[in-house]
Ligand binder design. Structure first.
Ligand SMILES: [Zn+2]
Length: 219
């Protein structure tokens, strides 16, 4: 028995993983500006994730905030504050996924490669299978790429214990960033809930990440 919209999305996801998507793509007609399921989803931009399909939601149900990694950045927080306080959402779902590109580089490595470091260019070429071409210029922006913590691995590596742990670390960091933000209420009548998940791009299934917990090591 589903208690929350998030629980219902998890039930829908079990159907989706069996090849029975609940999502209908027809235009629903006139709708309110407020998401009807009062849901906000933060997810990676990865081409293999169809957020509506994998959660079984439809147009008008939710705000969907996507970026490289599904990272809780300053802009993600900006969107979530507007989503909740102005547009009435009260459940947040955070989704990272297996085989994520954010496991395959570090911020320092990418910056060095972009600026012309030959060693970094070689490493990035090996990691991605694409010839990395340096721009030979520096820039203050973006200030961070938010690559995931831990030992990097080749792009699109299959799921294993270590990379699952690295994904869990970053989901928890994102949850912590949201839950501890002074403008995101987590108690009282206006409270929002935040739950984090790892989506398996091979099976279509979501696994919930426990919180609080380990948020990682740079070693
Ligand atoms: Zn990703």
């Amino acid at each position: 028995m589903a208690n929350t919209i998030t629980d219902r999305c998890l039930e829908n996801n079990q159907q989706y993983a069996k090849g029975q998507s609940v999502h209908e793509s027809s235009h629903p007609g006139k709708q309110p500006i407020q998401p009807t399921q009062r849901l906000a989803v933060v997810a990676c931009m990865d081409a293999r994730l169809d957020v509506e399909d994998l959660l079984g939601i439809k147009t008008g149900d939710a705000h969907i905030i996507r970026n490289a990694g599904g990272v809780v950045t300053e802009d993600t927080i900006r969107c979530l504050i507007i989503s909740h306080h102005l547009l009435n959402t009260n459940e947040i779902i955070l989704i990272h996924h297996t085989r994520c590109g954010m496991l395959a580089f570090t911020d320092d490595l990418l910056k060095a490669g972009l600026e012309g470091d030959e060693g970094a260019e070689t490493l990035l070429g090996q990691a991605t299978g694409r010839s990395f071409v340096s721009c030979q210029k520096s820039s203050a922006m973006p200030s961070a790429f938010h690559a995931f913590r831990g030992q990097i691995e080749p792009l699109d590596s299959p799921r294993d214990e270590m990379n699952t742990k690295r994904l869990e670390w970053d989901v928890r960091r994102g949850m912590s960033s949201i839950l501890n933000h002074p403008w995101v209420p987590t108690s009282g009548s206006d409270a929002v809930t935040v739950r984090g998940f790892i989506y398996d791009v091979d099976t279509g299934k979501l696994d919930e990440v426990s919180y609080p917990g380990d948020m990682g090591s740079i070693g």
